[in-house]
Design a binder for this molecule. Structure first.
Ligand code: 8Y4
Length: 256
């Protein structure tokens, strides 16, 4: 899964892909490099980022999804928590709803259930603005698995079949470095949930910290290594910025 940010404040790409045209060429490049899913996001979820209105999020993601859908058969996921954006994105050609709030926003579960698409349910403790202040777990692996199991059950009650559900431990979302390392070490336990696992570690602060406070642009090799480890431990999908490098490493280790 290649990451396509369409936020002006996205610190990882400098907001370079605001114009749908630029976003489209970036998406097509990632497809050539081996991406089979493009994740289009218009709401920055980094700690302290400003919230985005429904109108602004629609303005950012819908034209980009339409453009990718008209030029490529690649699967498109929409990174959103808002039911209105889910509906418009799917109408524009999105195949997957990637929700960091796991369909907990009012109306999101019903919206997703009414749409014939897959959903990725991510774990987050707290909300983006405050989630890194004091994350607390009894046992982070067990706590996250238990949360995700509950969300899968909610989805099934709402009419979303298990065959359309993915789960994600949510690296960096209300987790300190130790929590993130425990989750990566314990990734194999998530197979208990019986649905495919998606993992996003690319360029995150965990990688920066492990590399001695490396800046974002020096996190590529660490991110690629983390993606390989995640796939080796059972992940079905990795959400990455560096598609070419990640595919090459997976191919060279026999994992792709
Ligand atoms: C550098 C670059 C530092 C990126 C931090 C970040 C996930 C996700 C995000 C994830 C799923 C991010 C939308 C955070 N992370 N969706 N979204 N899983 N499913 N931060 O881990 O990339 S945004």
């Amino acid at each position: 899964m290649g990451i396509l940010n369409v936020t002006p404040d996205s610190f990882s790409d400098g907001g370079d892909y605001l114009v749908p045209d630029t976003a489209l060429s970036q998406a097509l490049t990632m497809v050539e490099e081996g991406a089979t899913i493009i994740d289009v996001g218009g709401e920055s979820t980094r700690p302290g980022a400003a919230t985005v209105s429904v109108e602004e999020e629609l303005r950012r993601v819908v034209p980009v999804i339409e453009a990718i859908h008209s030029k490529s058969d690649v699967s498109i996921s929409v990174d959103t928590s808002k039911p209105e954006v889910m509906r418009a994105a799917v109408a524009a050609g999105a195949d997957i709803i990637n929700d960091v709030r796991a369909l907990r926003v009012d109306g999101a579960m019903e919206a997703a259930a009414s749409l014939d698409v897959s959903v990725c349910l991510m774990h987050m403790q707290g909300e983006p603005g405050t989630m890194q202040q004091q994350p607390v777990y009894e046992d982070v692996v067990e706590d996250v698995i238990s949360f995700l199991g509950g969300r899968v059950a909610h989805c099934e009650l709402a009419g979303i079949p298990r065959s359309r559900i993915l789960v994600d431990p949510g690296f960096g979302f209300g987790k300190n470095l130790d929590h993130n390392l425990q989750l990566l070490k314990g990734l194999g336990h998530f197979s208990r949930l019986g649905v495919p696992l998606l993992v996003g570690l690319s360029r995150k602060s965990m990688i920066g910290a492990l590399l001695g406070d490396a800046p974002v642009e020096k996190r590529v090799l660490g991110s690629v290594g983390a993606a390989v480890v995640a796939i080796e431990r059972g992940a079905a999908v990795v959400r990455v910025h560096d598609v070419r490098e990640t595919c090459e490493a997976l191919a060279g280790t026999g994992l792709l």
